[in-house]
Design a protein. Structure first.
Length: 390
């Protein structure tokens, strides 16, 4: 495919994503319907679509044009590339700009509002009130690997991946992190991935688990386990006699964990019933609660355009309910670990403040914001215990 043909494909996919469909699914459907497109073509189209979604409002402001066509014209202008080199109508290229479009593109532009510059809906702009580097949400996220120290170490894993054509660098965010340099598509085919020596996991997410204290012979519950990435990261620490259990309301999300745990040499008991209803107690209850995901929006940028005020309010209510319910299954000397991949105070500190006001017998052990940066997505962690334990 020519660069222009890639843009034409991206316009169609971005159109559907802007209409509310899943960008990931639309990219997969396009790939299946266009078998002629090579791996480099698929990767390039994906990059264009996701870059457009990350910068939807600012690119449209730069061009002055609406729709996916306007967004990608803005992308070219922002990159100081000739629009006519892509929008020329030759072969499979997008149609050239009309006289009316050219007039709009060349007209002076007003200054961007903060919401447009941040590339978020207007209603969300006030929630970005911290000191994170929010501009990182407009860029592509790094691809990080977690080295399973039960099976390998950073140097050994890096050499093994290099032998499979995957170049990596050691980064300081967490002690188990390798950052992929260049080629990423072949990671699932490498021997290191297949034998459980590595897992795909953001460096900040690894640091989050690294910050947890897991004593010997602890009963650990990962309550909102999802695919089990945090369970496996805890299990890879090799603490003696720890019993791991994992539960998720969406049982389909847990299915992959059985195979992943076996590959990683971590034993995990998968719970089909809600442990809150069973009343079993645990020494560490990890709550990676459903959230806006704003700290990781550069990885799934269409999510920020689908979130609305009602959905965020529902998420905050769900978080509060999970926090309250799970506080009842923490053992007498146990710890409750609340975490999100959100940048918003109402999902983070505000949620904890509300819980403590309603549950005065609990107190904070530690609280950390893992800042959104070039090195990590944005995360929040609070650990709590009952005051009677002090």
């Amino acid at each position: 495919m020519t660069p222009a043909a890639r843009y034409a494909a991206a316009i169609e996919i971005l159109d559907r994503a802007m209409a509310g469909l899943s960008a990931e699914r639309e990219l997969t459907s396009w790939s299946r319907a266009n078998r002629f497109a090579g791996s480099k073509d698929r990767a390039a189209v994906r990059d264009i679509v996701f870059d457009g979604l990350r910068n939807l409002r600012s690119f449209a402001h730069i061009s002055g044009l609406s729709g996916s066509r306007g967004v990608l014209v803005g992308r070219l202008i922002n990159a100081k590339e000739e629009v006519s080199s892509v929008f020329n109508g030759e072969g499979y290229a997008p149609a050239p700009l009309s006289d009316e479009e050219l007039e709009i593109v060349n007209a002076p532009k007003s200054e961007m509002s903060r919401a447009v510059a941040l590339d978020v809906p207007d209603w969300l702009e006030p929630l970005f009130d911290g000191d994170d580097d929010y501009s990182r949400l407009k860029t592509r996220a790094p691809i990080d690997l977690r080295v399973n120290t039960k099976k390998s170490n950073l140097q050994k894993a890096s050499r093994a991946l290099a032998a499979d054509g995957i170049e990596t660098d050691i980064v300081d965010v967490a002690k188990t992190t390798l950052r992929v340099r260049g080629e990423t598509r072949k990671i699932p085919q490498t021997a290191s991935y297949k034998n459980g020596a590595i897992e795909l996991q953001d460096a900040g997410s690894q640091a989050l688990i690294e910050a947890l204290d897991i004593p010997d012979r602890t009963r650990v519950l990962d309550y909102c386990a999802g695919g089990g990435g945090k369970t496996l990261a805890m299990g890879a620490r090799g603490v003696r006699g720890v019993q791991f259990s994992a539960y998720d309301l969406d049982q389909d999300r847990l299915k992959a964990l059985r195979e992943r745990a076996q590959r990683a040499d971590v034993f995990v008991k998968l719970l089909k019933r809600d442990p809150v209803k069973d009343g079993e107690e645990f020494d560490l209850v990890v709550l990676d609660v459903p959230c806006s995901g704003s700290g990781a929006w550069r990885r799934s940028p269409d999510a920020k355009w689908k979130l609305d005020e009602n959905r965020l309010a529902a998420l905050v209510e769900t978080q509060a309910q999970i926090l309250s319910n799970c506080s009842e299954i923490v053992s007498e000397k146990g710890v409750l670990a609340y975490m999100t991949c959100s940048l918003f105070r109402r999902e983070n500190e505000g949620q904890i403040e509300t819980f403590l006001a309603q549950n005065p017998a609990w107190s904070v052990i530690s609280q950390q914001n893992f800042k959104l940066s070039n090195d990590s997505d944005g995360f929040f962690l609070t650990t709590l215990r009952k005051l009677t334990q002090l």
